[in-house]
Each structure stands twice: as C-alpha cells, then as structure tokens.
Ligand binder design. Structure first.
Ligand code: V47
Length: 398
C-alpha cells in the first residue's frame, strides 16, 4: 500500500468508528491531490447523515443599513459613515414595506444582517424585529450576527445576555453565522482588526445557545489565511459545538474580490471551493448540516457541492447585497421551482425546511413548470410545486 493509501485508510477507519479527525488529518486532507476520493469520503458522511435529502427554505434578506464603523478589508458592502456615497439606512417603515410588498406570498424566514452603525439607537434594532413580527408573526426572524451583538453590548452598555434577552422579547428566532471570518489572530489582524475577536464571536454564540437559541456558523476563506488556519477555525467551532450543541449548519463563504481593499487577491478556484466543502463535512462531525450558499458559491458549484458534503442549498434569498456589491454574478432570486430543479438534477431529494430544519414539504417528483435556471422570474415562482405544500395560511400567490 502506498503511504497515501495507508493515510487515507487510517482516516476512513476513524470516520467509520466515529472518531473525530485531528488537526493533522484536516491539513492532510486539504493537501491531498485526489479531489474525487476526498469528495467521495465527504459524500459518504453526508449520505450517512442525510441520505439523498437536500434542504432549502423560502426566505429573503434585509440589510437595513450598510453604514458600518468597522473597516473589514474584504467587505464591499459597508460604507464607513452616514452620508458617504451609496450609504443607506432604511426607516422602520421601509423595513415594514418589505413584507407589505410580499403580502400573500409564502415566506418562512427573514435573514437580517446590518453594518455596525455608529449612531442608531438601540430601539431601532428591537423595533426592526417588532415591526416585522407585527406584520407577519409566523415568519421566523434569523437576525444579527455575533459581531453585531457584540457591538450592541459595547455601545449600549449591556452584557451579551441582556442584549439577546431583549432581542428575543422583540421576536428574535435564531442567529445567522456571519462575522466569524477566520479565527486565527494573525489573519484576523489583517482582515478585520476593529470588530469582535474570535473569542468574543464564540462567546456570543455560547451565550445564545445557553438561552436556547440555535445559530449558524461560517468561515470566510480564500483571502490571507493558510490551510492550517482554516482547519484551526473548523476545530474551534467543533469544540464549541461539543460544549453547547447549538450550531445547526456550517457555511463556508468563498471570497469575492470586487470592490474592496483586498481586490487584488484572486477568488478561490472551483477545486478549492469543493475541497473546502469536503474537508468541512469530514472535520465537523458534530455539526448536522453543511450549507452550499448558492449566492456566493455560484449556482453551478453549489449544485456540485451537494456531492462533496453539502446537504443544504440555503433559500430563495432575494435582494442579497453583501455579495452582490462584491461582484457576485449569481441571480438576486432563485424561485422555489428552480431550487427544486437544481437539487433534482444533482440526483438528490429536495426537502423544504423551516429555519430550525423542520420539514415543510418533500419533493414527490411531480413535473415542474418550465423555468430556465437563472432567468429573471417573478417571485411568484416561489409558488408551491403542484400545490403540494401542506402549509395552512402560507400559500404562495397563484
Ligand atoms: O460575515 C463579506 C462574508 C458574511 C465578503 O447564517 C464575504 O444562514 C466573501 O454570514 N467575499 C455574511 N465573503 C453572510 C453570512 C451568511 C450568508 C448566508 C447564510 C447565512 C446563515 C449567513 O459574508 C460576512 C462575511 O464573512 N463576506 N464580504 C466578500 N467580499
């Protein structure tokens, strides 16, 4: 047996025994040239956990302000001060309109992420949730990254627990995974020195989990970090998960180079994207889901990632700004039929979930209407395939 085969066999044995992989295993897997074998291993773990099931949801994003006092070098979305060109802040009425314009449409989640605005009052962030809940109480609000929670605590002189309790009272349902970037101090200093540290990011999630909230976690890859720092990042998430069990899904975020101060760096290649998905699935044995966020991966790579460890493709999304201002060429919306078609073509079984992974609908293979993937389609394409969605009061437009 060659040394490579012997090392692979050793890792396979660990995976079969349920022994967590080590730091050295992770780095070795990242470096192995045999992408197909790496993918097959990750796919085995994915299928053991989820079979052919591939989850999606029907959601939209609100980025209520892009004014942000943090100067993250990879970010193309933020404007440092109010009044700068392209800086915007939505009023509470603008925020409410996002639901008014979707009246009667099937939506189960709103994903809310903002810049760290230096002047808005604390009430604005709670009222954002209240206004949305007043309009559509059944919609789950996945809101505010750990970096934002840390900033609220610092600015309004509260503990993480106080901030989270007040947000829960206002309607917070769970937390998105953004802001983690890369935990290693060396890289973080170059990328985002003036926002929550790795320890603070982890402490916010630890507190959220203790209060009963579920959350997601992410890793920004393809900037200045080393492969060792990526594996270290995954292991720090795995350690917190072993302690709390509160993470639902891990989302690797592929760097987009346009419109920011790191622009000269090339974006990760397709091979790097797939390798990162596969290594994540293998290292993060205690995190249930791996999400291929199509907005940033691109629709085609996201579809292939479903065979490299990913079991979730995020949602219909709509009006995403963070990546589109960084040059993402993906569409602004994928309708529900399009998501189902992408999943079917990848040989998987589409399952619509809510934010907490409760099953709302399963693909029964019924024919879908002809919609070209990536075509500009009205949101009514979020309609239910053949009306099979068993959701009282949540039916889409005709
Ligand atoms: O924290 C910003 C990243 C994140 C760039 O929890 C960039 O379900 C690449 O966290 N290139 C925000 N990445 C997005 C995010 C997210 C997305 C989808 C689902 C969930 C979830 C969370 O985007 C930021 C940062 O890490 N980011 N700029 C860029 N130029």
């Amino acid at each position: 047996m060659t040394p490579t085969r012997a090392r692979l066999a050793e890792i396979e044995t660990k995976l079969d025994d349920g022994t967590p992989l080590s730091f050295d295993d992770g780095v070795w897997l990242y470096r192995t040239p045999d992408l197909c074998t790496l993918g097959a291993l990750a796919n085995r773990v994915r299928e053991r956990k989820h079979g052919e099931r591939t989850y999606f949801n029907v959601n939209f994003h609100i980025n209520a302000t892009n004014v942000c006092h943090a100067d993250c070098k990879f970010c193309s979305f933020a404007r440092l001060q109010p009044g700068m060109p392209q800086a915007y802040t939505m009023s509470l009425d603008d925020i409410r309109q996002k639901l008014v314009e979707r009246r009667g449409q099937h939506v189960t989640e709103i994903h809310i992420v903002n810049g760290l605005h230096p002047e808005l009052p604390w009430s604005y962030f709670k009222d954002t949730l209240r206004v949305l809940k007043a309009e559509r109480p059944e919609i789950h609000l996945k809101a505010y990254t750990a970096v934002e929670i840390h900033d609220f605590a610092r600015r309004y002189d509260m503990t993480y627990e106080q901030v989270l309790r007040e947000l829960i009272d206002a309607g917070l349902g769970s937390m998105p995974g953004g802001g983690a970037e890369i935990f290693a101090e060396r890289a973080r200093r170059k990328l985002c020195r003036d926002k929550a540290t790795a320890e603070q990011w982890l402490e916010v999630h630890r507190t959220a989990h203790r209060l009963g909230l579920r959350s997601n976690c992410t890793m920004l890859y393809g900037t200045v970090e080393t492969l060792e720092e990526r594996v270290d990042h995954m292991l720090r998430l795995r350690a917190l998960q072993a302690e709390t069990g509160g993470f639902q899904t891990f989302i690797p975020l592929s760097y987009h180079p346009e419109g920011n101060d790191l622009g000269k760096l090339p974006a990760p290649t397709g091979v790097d994207d797939l390798r990162t998905y596969a290594v994540a699935r293998l290292m993060l044995d205690n995190i249930e889901h791996i999400k291929a966020y199509w907005v940033m991966l691109g629709v085609k790579t996201a579809q292939i990632a479903l065979g490299f460890g990913a079991d979730d493709i995020d949602g219909t999304v709509q009006e995403e700004k963070v990546y589109h201002m960084a040059g993402a060429e993906t569409p602004q919306v994928l309708g529900r039929f399009e998501l189902v078609r992408l999943i079917r073509e990848a040989g998987r079984h589409a399952v619509e979930r809510d934010t907490l992974y409760r099953v709302l609908w399963e693909d029964d293979g019924a024919p879908l209407p002809e919609i070209r993937v990536g075509a500009s389609v009205p949101y009514s394409s979020g309609a239910t395939p053949r009306g099979h969605l068993p959701l009282a009061g949540a039916e889409a437009q005709p």
